[in-house]
Design a protein around this ligand. Structure first.
Ligand SMILES: C[S@@+](CC[C@H](N)C(=O)[O-])C[C@H]1O[C@@H](n2cnc3c(N)ncnc32)[C@H](O)[C@@H]1O
Length: 272
């Protein structure tokens, strides 16, 4: 509708992966075990023109270890098994990598100035805030200093806070006055300059296991529920000869399995 009726151009689709997302909907994910964790949100970058101003140079990220290795040890230009022809330009060190359209940002804010302000003023914090890095990514990639950023569904005004930090003009709108009252807490003694992250690159990468690492041998898989999970499964009794594992034993086992796993490292640049 947004494209066909209103005339927007879909410049690109992004996916925000929240690595800290809890397993929800719990009934389907952790009780009936018939769906996986819903941890990705779709973001549409829509534009009134087919060529909105933009630059991916604003959102570059560090090279992955394998790319650094390739740059160090060289790469022979050749056709890959997938059929893609990789030219010798692939081995040029551009100092940083162009990111994918997957943004890995944990939504873990729990002690911000905003929350403390809300608590101090008896205001219920907005229940669906997104992390600062999300608007920051797009504001950096798509706007210049002094450009106008508008968030018509602003909630706690995290977009306004980031726009202020990045020296853009901004306008935040929300139907609920209470949310905007809480948002004031974001702008009290607010530092006007952007300072680089103190944690550096460490702690800014997330790892996600490649599917298949724990797949059962064919024929030994637990049968699927014939009713598609319509009814709750009966609670399993712990086998008499096998007492339930303690949390420590379970954690140790999970750690052992994780250590054995080959993990994909997503290239997430240091957050500022
Ligand atoms: C998902 S929340 C946005 C949260 C925000 N991104 C943040 O991080 O705080 C969506 C907001 O849109 C507001 N909203 C919904 N319909 C609206 C409308 N017609 N006009 C203005 N605001 C609206 C809601 O009150 C809600 O605060």
């Amino acid at each position: 509708m947004l494209c066909e009726d209103i005339g927007f151009h879909l410049a690109q689709e992004f996916y925000w992966w929240n690595p800290s997302k809890l397993p929800t909907p719990a009934e389907w994910v952790t009780v009936r075990r018939i769906r996986v964790k819903d941890a990705v949100n779709c973001i549409w970058w829509l534009s009134p023109t087919p060529y909105p101003k933009a630059s991916n140079k604003r959102v570059l990220q560090p090279y992955s270890d394998s790319m650094l290795d390739l740059l160090k040890n060289g790469y022979k230009a050749k056709r890959r098994p997938s059929g893609h022809d990789i030219s010798s330009k692939f081995g040029v060190d551009n100092k940083a990598a162009i990111p994918p359209n997957l943004l890995a940002i944990a939504n873990t804010e729990s002690n911000s100035q905003y929350l403390r302000y809300c608590a101090a003023h008896g205001i219920k914090p907005h229940p669906a805030r997104f992390p600062e890095e999300l608007p920051e990514y797009f504001i950096r990639m798509l706007t210049n200093v002094d450009d106008l950023v508008i968030d018509p569904f602003a909630g706690s005004c995290v977009t306004g806070q980031v726009a202020e930090k990045l020296k853009r003009r901004w306008l935040c709108i929300d139907a609920e006055e209470e949310y905007l009252k809480g948002a004031l807490g974001r702008f009290i003694d607010f530092p006007r300059t952007s300072s680089p992250s103190k944690s550096g690159v460490a702690g800014t990468y997330y790892k996600i296991p490649k599917p298949g690492l724990l797949w059962e041998p064919v024929g030994l898989e637990e049968p699927l529920p014939e009713d598609g999970g319509k009814k709750r499964p009966p609670k399993k009794k712990a086998a008499a000869s096998q007492p339930p594992r303690s949390n420590v034993a379970r954690a140790t086992e999970e750690k052992r399995v994780l250590e054995q796993q080959t993990l994909f490292s997503l290239d997430i640049g240091p957050r500022e």
